[in-house]
Design a protein around this ligand. Structure first.
Ligand code: PLP
Length: 390
């Protein structure tokens, strides 16, 4: 996968997670790269300052610390370049904005992360970009919109809140044929479970706030890709003066080193909890693509190599108040936004406030669960006791 030389077989991802993005010999043998706090970089002469051929020229244009994380992400995503941004949301907005100009159309999946929708509607439309939301499961409608012209296609799978799986290789191939730049918010899968560039997508976006950092203590975004698509992203990051702090870069890298065992535990626990919920008569549907019989399971199985710990359950024949009582009665699960940290969370989102091309059935409210690193049997016991309050 990375470090391919004729004399050595490609390394497996766990080895990449340990070894990519660092060069001890370049830093006196220390295992981790230095945390470089920097604005000014000095040059030996005016001529050197003007020629700008020095590797580092100013803090905002990169440091050994940011380079280390970019190298690590490139190894994980199979990309040529990575841009770092101040939040997951800014990674989504910059990626999208980098691919469009006034007069262009952008197709955005209807189950996109809500703030990406808000940015598209408020900011991009103000600059003359037409935003079209599409149902990712309606291929005919998607192709019809592509035929009318599109500069960018924004994907997310599984979808925010409702966890539909879409046929990413198909959607990306059609986008490419139509001349559109395709990008995907890959936060749910992490690069461990889905590598979008290998499935024809141009840009892979992460809210590193979630699993990559993994500890609910910072906000961070990454965008990885090849060729002109990532060059345009980097130009936009530079034009906006977007910057990330070195301590956060370091914390994200530290989080990524343990990504594999954390995700293995999260997947094990999430499956166990999801299976328990699936067998419980009080629950409607379990929207977890890794579960046989769940919506999108076949696509998940075809394209993804694992599942993370974020999914939703629905209820039928229950009032909003009853479900609120259930969530309020949870003792281990916290109520709060974000996910991908070590602790379990529950939220009760209003799905239709985040949809325009599709409708979620109003009589099927959902609760979104983030399964953390607690003992899954304790999580099941907590859900069980809280359901008594339904
Ligand atoms: C949380 C999230 C983001 C945004 O990340 P922030 O760092 O909180 O801005 C983007 N996409 C998805 C799918 C998310 O869940």
């Amino acid at each position: 996968m990375d470090d391919e030389t004729p004399s050595r077989p490609p390394r497996r991802v766990a080895t990449t997670l340990s070894h990519a993005g660092r060069d001890p010999s370049a830093f006196h043998g220390f295992i981790n790269p230095p945390v470089v706090h920097a604005s000014t970089v000095l040059f030996p002469s005016v001529a050197a300052n003007r020629s700008r051929t020095q590797r580092y020229t100013y803090g905002i244009h990169g440091t050994p610390t940011t380079d280390a994380l970019c190298d690590l992400m490139n190894a994980l995503e199979g990309s040529e370049g990575t841009a770092l941004t101040s939040s997951g949301l800014s990674a989504c907005t910059i990626a999208l904005a980098s691919a469009v100009k006034a007069g262009d159309r952008a197709l955005v999946t209807d189950n996109v992360y809500m703030p990406t929708r808000r940015f598209s509607d408020s900011f991009l439309t103000r600059f003359g970009v037409e935003i079209v939301y599409f149902d990712p499961l309606d291929h005919a409608a998607y192709e019809a919109e592509l035929a009318k012209g599109a500069a960018a296609v924004f994907l997310e799978a599984p979808g925010s809140l409702t966890f539909e799986m879409s046929d990413i290789p198909f959607l990306a191939a059609k986008a490419k044929a139509a001349g559109a730049v395709s990008m995907i918010d890959n936060t749910w899968a992490t690069p461990l479970f889905f590598r979008p560039l290998e499935h024809g997508v141009d840009l892979s976006i992460h809210a590193a706030t979630k699993y990559l950092s993994g500890h609910s203590d910072l906000l961070f975004g990454t965008i990885s890709g090849n060729g002109q698509a990532i060059a345009n992203v980097r130009k936009m990051v530079s034009d906006f003066g977007e910057n990330v702090g070195p301590d956060d870069v370091y914390a994200v890298m530290r989080g990524i080193r343990s990504l594999k065992p954390r995700m293995a535990q999260v997947e094990h626990s999430a499956r166990k909890v999801a299976e328990w919920l699936d067998a419980d008569r009080r629950v409607g549907r379990v929207l977890y693509p890794a579960l046989p019989g769940a919506p999108g399971h076949a696509l998940w199985k075809r394209d993804f190599t694992g599942a993370s710990g974020l999914f939703a359950i629905t209820f039928k024949g229950r009032t909003e108040e009853e479900i609120m009582r259930f969530v309020d009665s949870l003792e281990i699960f916290g109520i709060g936004a974000s996910w991908g940290g070590f602790e379990s969370l529950a939220t009760m989102p209003k799905v239709n406030a985040a949809r325009s091309a599709t409708r979620w059935p109003e009589d099927e409210p959902l609760v979104r669960l983030n399964i953390g690193l607690e003992d899954p049997d304790d999580l099941i016991a907590d859900l069980d006791q809280a359901m008594a309050h339904l």
